[in-house]
Design a protein around this ligand. Structure first.
Ligand code: COA
Length: 154
């Protein structure tokens, strides 16, 4: 795997209205590939409504390196518990971007000592490996958890 360098000029930013289409395409791409639990493709009109409601929570981040590379989203379901969803565009996979996106975005969550849950389909082997490599622990079938205390992910 090619290592990412500082000059690669990657940055993370909060999602905005101009990311609606990008998120729509990448969600549906992953639904089609059966990477997510959802089985039905999203409708653009529903997605737009969902996005408008969720954007203001400031928990959707876009990874950019000249072009948009991927997204990560955190859904708060208890005071200190977040569910994570992440996807990298096909052409940019396996180059370390997913790890960077996860690592940097965790530092952007305005909370302390929280837990991140990744609910992963049994068949999604790449994703399981990804979360284990990012220090998540398997706590129940298909559930990977990271206790985040500003710990470093290498
Ligand atoms: C999971 C995903 C986000 C990983 O992103 P990525 O940028 O390709 O991952 P990275 O390059 O940062 O890889 C980090 C680690 O993940 C593991 N990994 C990533 N891709 C892998 C693959 N194809 N096979 C095996 N392990 C893999 C490796 O352990 C890797 O560390 P290493 O390179 O030191 O071995 C990406 O594959 C993806 O978008 N998958 C589809 C969406 C999805 O399933 N999301 C998870 C459900 S929410």
């Amino acid at each position: 795997m090619r290592k990412l360098l500082k000059r690669d000029n990657i940055y993370l930013r909060k999602a905005n209205n101009r990311d609606i289409r990008f998120l729509f395409n990448i969600f549906n791409e992953n639904i089609k590939k059966k990477n997510f639990f959802s089985k039905k493709k999203l409708k653009y009109s529903d997605h737009k409504i969902w996005f408008k409601k969720n954007m203001s929570k400031n928990l959707i981040f876009i990874c950019v390196k000249k072009y948009k590379i991927g997204y990560i989203r955190y859904d708060k379901f208890k005071i200190k518990d977040f569910k994570v969803s992440i996807a990298i565009k096909e052409t940019y996979k396996k180059r370390g971007f997913g790890k960077i996106l996860l690592k940097r975005s965790l530092g952007m969550i305005k909370s302390k000592n929280f837990k991140i849950y990744a609910f992963i389909r049994k068949t999604n082997k790449v994703s399981k490996k990804f979360f284990l490599s990012c220090k998540f622990k398997l706590t129940a079938p298909n559930i990977y958890v990271l206790k985040y205390k500003n710990e470093k992910i290498h």
